[in-house]
Design a protein around this ligand. Structure first.
Ligand code: ADP
Ligand code: MG
Ligand code: ZN
Length: 476
């Protein structure tokens, strides 16, 4: 029997509002433990939550960007459970009436584009953080994170492979970052993902029993955990054993999933509408105003880059992976209107350096005008393509302007035939054996001689002039 995987993801994204979802406490990360707390987020008796309008607005942005329907009327619910990081004994979330439902995103994976539908997006509050002592058998709790706003984005169970799951996750992260509502940092936990996976016989409609994977803090780990879990479930089914519905933790060190707990059911949480919060009413006018303010989204930008700049799809994908990188490209391409050349430099030289230093484009020491200026210097023959790379390295490490670097370092390309001729004569005199062999028919030595001339000129001789002159000298 052939089995196929079915995957559904639940993604939690921390929203970049300045204050928490139901109180005025700061959401800034990294403050001393329990300094960003108040009676509301500490769950003291008798306090009342007040909804932060920005949370609703940010959620609507994401809902619109993913083609969801926004509910005109939605509600918060209490999800009841005990855990030391949850001071109220319940989490305020949404249950029966979420803010948004029924959207979709297009996902590019392994060269194909597929639509993955989104089941719902709802708002909720984050819990606190437990800090376990390394030496003593005690744990501490930091409530700075309680009440930080989250949205949960739930996909339909229709992702078909671990690669596609990672691609879906990347797509959502890109959108969240374009909207500037979440920084999308999985390593730091501002974007978290629970992955649900089951197998079913190929051709079968009905879904198989699923397990839920937690604790994956990178795209790579989401993919690895799913790959492992699919293998594990397949082995069980092939032996005729059932898959047990449960929650599993991914152990990245050992590369295995470990049973965490039996699956809890919704009724275990005793959900009920939160009596302390009024229902959320969203009118068309508000939605329209938010829609007008949306930025150009990754997919639209990608299509525009292909259409208007004539870039290959691959280039457009890379360049639009962040709004800042796309902006960098557009500024450089405006000043040097040969988009493919600009794209090549960004995707090779620039991105290599940034990657090496683990820098974002925002921290790039070479501004887009400087890159464009360098490309002009190549275009008008002031420097060769090869020397330009040296100039670029210098620009990157000093932040200097290309024109000045070329002048100060004497890197101007030599095109003057008489100057090059002097060098060629020297090289011919120094390599009599090679010259003789070349003339005797060893054509390949031509390249060697060109190399010698370039080397002697410290790379500054114009290669075309060198070629032409050398050929005429050798044939005379
Ligand atoms: P639960 O009640 O266990 O949280 P939900 O129905 O709310 O389950 O779905 C949670 C996530 O699991 C969704 O992303 C959904 O697409 C996915 N999912 C549900 N059933 C399956 C299944 N049989 N196989 C794979 N994924 C599933
Ligand atoms: Mg769930
Ligand atoms: Zn507070």
């Amino acid at each position: 029997m052939q089995y196929e995987p079915v995957i559904g993801l639940e993604i939690h994204a921390q929203l970049l509002t300045r204050s928490k979802i139901f109180c005025g406490c700061s959401t800034t990360f990294g403050a001393g433990p329990n300094t960003h707390t108040c009676p509301v987020c500490l769950g003291m008796p008798g306090v009342l939550p007040v909804l932060n309008r920005d949370v609703v607005e940010f959620t609507i942005k994401m809902a619109l960007a993913t083609h969801c329907r926004i509910a005109p009327y939605s509600q918060f619910a209490r999800k009841n459970y005990f855990y030391p990081d949850l001071p109220k004994g319940y989490q305020i979330s949404q249950y029966e009436l979420p803010l948004a439902r029924g959207g979709w995103v297009r996902v590019l994976s392994e060269g194909a584009s597929r639509t993955v539908r989104i089941h719902r997006i709802h708002m909720e509050e984050d819990a606190g953080k437990l800090v376990h002592d390394d030496f003593q058998p005690v744990s501490y709790v930091d409530f700075n994170r309680t009440g930080v706003p989250l949205i949960e984005i739930v996909s339909e169970p229709e992702i078909r492979s671990p690669e596609e799951a990672a691609a879906y996750l990347r797509t959502l992260r890109e959108i969240l970052r374009y909207l500037e509502i979440c920084d999308g940092n999985m390593e730091e936990g501002s974007m978290r993902c629970d992955a649900n996976v089951s197998l079913r016989p190929v051709g079968e409609e009905k879904l198989g029993v699923k397990t839920e994977l937690k604790n994956m803090n990178s795209f790579r780990n989401v993919q690895r955990a799913l790959e492992f879990e699919i293998r594990r479930q397949r082995a069980l089914l092939e032996r005729g054993e059932p898959v047990v519905q449960e929650t599993l933790l991914w152990d990245a060190g050992r590369g295995v999933t470990v049973s965490m707990r039996g699956k809890e059911e919704a009724h275990d949480y005793r959900y009920f509408p939160d009596p302390d919060l009024v229902p959320i009413e969203v009118d068309e006018e508000w939605i329209e105003r938010i829609r007008q303010g949306l930025p150009e989204l990754p997919e639209a930008k990608r299509e525009r880059f292909v259409r208007d700049y004539g870039l290959p799809t691959y280039d457009a994908e890379v360049l639009t992976s962040s709004k800042a990188l796309a902006g960098y490209f557009e500024q450089a391409a405006e000043r040097f209107p040969q988009p493919k050349i600009v794209s090549n430099w960004i995707m090779s030289e620039l991105m290599r350096e940034l990657k090496r230093d683990e820098r974002d484009i925002e921290e790039c020491p070479v501004p887009p005008d400087s890159l464009a200026e360098l490309l002009h210097l190549i275009e008008n023959g002031t420097v060769s393509g090869k020397i330009a790379k040296t100039v670029f390295d210098e620009m990157y490490s000093t932040g200097g302007k290309p024109g000045e670097i070329v002048r100060e370092k004497g890197l101007v390309q030599v095109t003057d035939a008489s100057a090059i001729e002097v060098i060629i004569d020297e090289v011919l005199a120094e390599n009599p054996a090679e010259v003789a062999d070349y003339r005797a028919g060893k054509e390949k030595l031509f390249g060697f001689l060109v190399g010698q001339v370039m080397k002697k000129s410290k790379g500054k001789a114009n290669p075309k002039v060198v070629n032409d002159l050398l050929r005429s000298k050798l044939s005379s």
